[in-house]
Design a binder for this molecule. Structure first.
Ligand SMILES: O=C(O)c1ccccc1N[C@@H]1O[C@H](COP(=O)(O)O)[C@@H](O)[C@H]1O
Length: 475
């Protein structure tokens, strides 16, 4: 197995270095370094996705990536274009990394520099500090609980932060229990090298909100980074897509703006496989299903998986695309029913569209999208009530039917709300007004149902045109 091989090789070369530079010498060199830069502070504000840009020449999964890069010039480019921190591979045999790169980069930039390597021994922690590292990577998969705890403590005693990398729910729980403040979720399986872009969505909720979450691997496009913004990660660690790029600043700009500036799109009220196909093909971020019986868009919870199974494109995604998240819409239902339905239908988010209280939201096991029906500025205080219990707030036009009416929201009011919270704007959006709505309100996302229908059925051409309108203003 790859990991066993690399750890064995690491231990072999480590023995040679220990002979050459005894621990005492390394500790003295470490003590002569200037104090470490704080990696944790690099991820502020925490509501924004930051970038850890990696200097990597090769990798076991991809082979040679950029063997001839100038590590220092690349690191300077990263810093100049908004990287929050730089990750430097120091592993020589499998990644063509070098301690010399780390030391030179540390001197060339003013942001935190992380040693990325296979650290299994306390000696390597001191060595990282002696080379100038501000932070180190610790990989859960190659450490038992004692080692993880001990290496974290050693790093902290030297003033360094640790990025603790996980690949499963169990590893994420171990990282949390060990006290890791910066937890990475690597979508690449270190045994098979296969990618699981959905791992971050599964693991995110296990990590308390006082910790920082970093998404790692396979981040190439604005759609990738828009997806990470949905899971509230504080940073993405990107190597390959930067080092192979012909235009590194443009690639960085694209990834950062995808995470920070692009608009999330939810297509709601889907009830036929062909409609799901249209939404997936057009690049919707979220698909909504209505569990409110009076609506003509109502679907039974047990129908959802069948609809998805019958959607050709949801099952066989167009190349490079990931599956949209699934949202269930409920109006004043029991918490037990909502939680059961969320499991049965495989939902990722729960939208509460009635008069559910903040306390009620806390009984819901999936992240909650709380719809608010604001009438006037005095109602804006209600946003604060849900701030800590809802994943996002959705503004829909107040009507007796609760939602899905096609009646346009008061954009002036919505604009003020959007300055207070990350909101999703709904209510009467159409192909013709969505660009104007986004310009005027600046919402985090938009949600549409009636506006992409013809005679009360979803219209694939309108779905496509709606999403095109949203994306066109981002380019
Ligand atoms: O769409 C419905 O039938 C519905 C029923 C009950 C609550 C919410 C509903 N839909 C939500 O309404 C907005 C879309 O509004 P519009 O049709 O685009 O004006 C969206 O949040 C849906 O989730």
């Amino acid at each position: 197995m790859f990991l066993d091989k690399i750890v064995a090789q690491t231990l072999k070369t480590l023995e040679q270095r220990k002979q050459e530079y005894p621990l005492g010498t390394i500790k003295r060199l470490a003590s002569e370094q200037t104090p470490p830069r704080d990696l944790l502070r690099a991820f502020e504000p925490r509501t924004q996705v930051h970038l850890i840009a990696e200097v990597k020449r090769a990798s076991p999964s991809k082979g040679m990536l950029a063997p001839h890069i100038d590590p220092v010039a690349l690191a300077r480019t990263y810093e100049a274009n908004g990287a929050a921190a730089i990750s430097v591979l120091t592993e020589p045999d499998f990644f063509l990394g070098s301690p010399a790169y780390l030391t030179a980069i540390k001197q060339a930039v003013n942001i935190p520099v992380l040693r990325k390597d296979f650290i299994v021994d306390e000696y390597q922690v001191h060595e990282a500090r002696a080379w100038g590292a501000d932070a180190i990577l610790l990989i859960c998969a190659i450490l038992d609980d004692n080692q993880l705890y001990h290496l974290l403590q050693t790093a902290h005693e030297l003033g360094m932060r640790c990025l603790v990398e996980t690949h499963s729910r169990e590893e994420a729980q171990r990282a949390v229990a060990a006290g890791a403040m910066i937890i990475g979720v690597n979508s690449r399986d270190l045994v098979t090298f296969e990618m699981n872009p959905y791992l971050i969505r599964d693991i995110r909720r296990l990590i308390p909100s006082n910790r920082v979450v970093i998404a790692e691997s396979g981040i190439h496009t604005t759609a990738d980074t828009r997806r990470l913004a949905r899971y509230d990660v504080q940073a993405m660690l990107v190597g390959e897509s930067l080092v192979v790029s012909d235009d590194v600043p443009a690639q960085m700009h694209m990834l950062l703006s995808g995470a920070r500036q692009s608009t999330q799109v939810k297509i709601c009220g889907l009830s036929r496989p062909a409609d799901i196909d249209a939404a997936v093909e057009a690049g919707a971020d979220m698909l909504g299903f209505i569990f409110h019986e009076p609506s003509h868009r109502y679907v039974k919870p047990e129908q959802v998986q069948g609809l998805l199974a019958a959607s050709e494109l949801y099952q066989h995604l167009p190349k490079g695309q990931t599956r949209p998240d699934l949202v269930g819409v409920f109006v004043n239902k029991d918490a037990a029913f909502i939680n059961e339905t969320a499991e049965q239908a495989g939902l990722h988010f729960v939208q509460l569209h009635g008069t559910e209280t903040p306390e009620f939201c806390q009984q819901i096991q999936k992240p909650v999208l709380k719809a608010l029906h604001l009438r006037e500025s005095a109602d804006l205080v209600r946003l604060r009530d849900y701030q800590d219990v809802a994943w996002r707030l959705l503004l829909d036009t107040p009507t007796p039917e609760w939602g899905g009416t096609g009646v346009t929201h008061d954009w002036e009011l919505a604009r003020t709300a959007a300055q207070m919270e990350r909101i999703i704007l709904a209510g009467g959006l159409t192909v013709d007004n969505v660009a104007q709505a986004i310009n005027s309100v600046q919402p985090w996302g938009v949600d549409v149902s009636s506006g992409v229908e013809t005679q009360k059925q979803k219209d694939p051409a309108k779905i496509r045109a709606f999403i095109e309108q949203v994306r066109a203003r981002e380019n």
